[in-house]
Design a protein around this ligand. Structure first.
Ligand code: HEC
Ligand code: HEC
Length: 379
């Protein structure tokens, strides 16, 4: 009965919304609530649509000012583009003052990351793999004190229940008793968000690389990227039609600390994979997940701590870390590694013998990995 009623209601709502909003059903819940007094305020009938609304719903943070989309902007490859006093290196929290410790990664293509594998130390969400998969990941930010600040799972669920259309949709998709159990309801919320993050909107695979429309410079860069001498592909695997440019392993590249962020957030060292509660071997200290390089040209700044602003600096770091190179952003020699351990990778990193023109070609190749809808954002 309830389900039939819901379907009917959603159907009539879609008519109203299509007239009210000029054909767009992609309306965020908060804005429609003000114009619609009806119980159902937005067209939601699939997990993906529910997830889409939850993803950008600011009422799910303590001060009702922050959503997942705040730090993962769909118009900008799902990264955080807000001004924050640290050149975008890390994110401001819902309180407007707390600074996190890590650069907000793009949520694009994250659905292709395999689950965390403790035996091989690969895969997983977050830069230290501490969330098994996308559903587990989505449970984190609501409760993170430097992010959305909600005190516990049931308070997040209460916020979801303020919206009648969420309640109706959750009951229809996950069963009438879904709200009887806190864990089940919280998991359903995360599951819907994960379903949205698994849609083609996050992973269109339509860059110049995918459509075979790369410039001559990008093709030269690709050949260097794949070459024995440079061998980026050892970690940023480019095999297969829908290559993701990562092998999902963890490495310590010997990156400098971001002293600007450190001085403002007062945090200690970031131990990366060793901060994953399931990992305790000291050999993993300072290792971070190999990033996908899709959309990398539009997701500055770079590395887990956002220590580099320009893509060319990243390439120059790989090229000259061990040969007395100069950091073009500071004008000084490369700063010492933040986590200075014997595990700092030296094979294929630190001394590549690239010319300046070859570095530019590699940057051109990285630019060719940009989704069509973000190409205008390439600096
Ligand atoms: C305050 C900014 C902020 C908010 C809000 C936020 N995130 Fe994130 N997100 C980050 C940062 C920073 C990281 C990396 C953190 C780490 O590795 O410890 C991250 C990591 C991720 C990842 C992992 C990507 C990868 O490559 O491992 C996904 C997926 C993600 N967030 C989705 C979400 C979802 C879904 C929400 C809402 C429930 C959300 N985020 C809310 C900043 C934010
Ligand atoms: C030994 C493995 C390895 C090799 C070889 C390697 N990378 Fe990486 N790359 C990584 C890891 C690990 C990270 C993330 C490091 C971190 O944040 O601490 C990364 C990060 C990056 C980033 C920054 C991504 C972002 O969103 O912040 C770029 C760009 C990049 N690599 C390009 C390259 C290029 C170009 C080459 C070849 C010149 C290369 N990499 C070779 C492991 C590798």
């Amino acid at each position: 009965m309830q389900n039939k009623y819901l379907k009917y209601n959603l159907l009539s709502m879609s008519v109203i919304l299509f007239t009210a909003c000029g054909g767009s059903s992609e309306t965020d819940t908060t804005s429609t609530e003000t114009t619609q007094s009806s119980t159902v305020s937005v067209v939601i009938s699939t997990k993906e649509e529910l997830g889409e609304s939850l993803f950008s719903d600011t009422s799910l943070s303590l001060t009702r000012t922050m959503s997942c989309a705040t730090c993962h902007d769909p118009l900008h490859a799902f990264i955080d583009t807000r001004a924050n006093g640290v050149n975008g290196a890390v994110s401001l929290g819902d309180d407007g003052s707390s600074l996190g410790d890590r650069n907000s990664p793009m949520a694009s293509y994250a659905s292709f990351t395999p689950s965390f594998d403790l035996t091989n130390l690969s895969g997983g969400q977050f830069l230290d793999g501490r969330a098994l998969d996308l559903t587990e990941q989505a449970k984190g930010p609501f409760l993170n004190p430097v992010e959305m600040q909600m005190p516990d799972e049931s308070s997040v669920i209460d916020r979801v229940r303020e919206n009648d259309s969420y309640v109706a949709t959750m009951e229809s998709l996950y069963g009438e008793t879904i709200f009887d159990d806190t864990d089940s309801a919280y998991t359903a919320i995360a599951d819907a968000i994960a379903a949205f993050e698994s849609t083609a909107a996050f992973s269109p695979f339509d860059s110049d690389f995918d459509t075979n429309t790369m410039s001559a410079a990008a093709i030269r860069g690709r050949d260097l990227f794949r070459s024995r001498r440079v061998n980026c592909v050892r970690c940023h695997d480019d095999r297969g039609d829908n290559a993701l440019f990562t092998n999902f392993t963890y490495e310590n590249l010997g990156l400098p600390a971001n002293t600007n962020v450190r001085s403002q957030n007062g945090h200690g060292l970031d131990h990366g994979l060793l901060d994953n509660p399931d990992v305790s071997a000291q050999t993993e200290d300072g290792k971070f997940k190999v990033n996908s390089l899709r959309n990398v040209a539009v997701t500055a700044p770079y590395m887990h701590n956002g220590v580099f602003q320009d893509l060319k600096t990243v390439v120059h770091f790989y090229n000259t870390r061990d040969t007395g190179g100069i950091n073009p952003e500071t004008g000084s020699a490369w700063e010492a590694a933040e986590i200075n351990r014997p595990n700092i990778v030296t094979n294929d990193v630190g001394n590549l013998g690239l010319s300046d023109a070859e570095e530019d070609d590699i940057v051109a190749f990285l630019e060719a990995l940009t989704d069509a809808k973000y190409k205008d954002l390439i600096p």
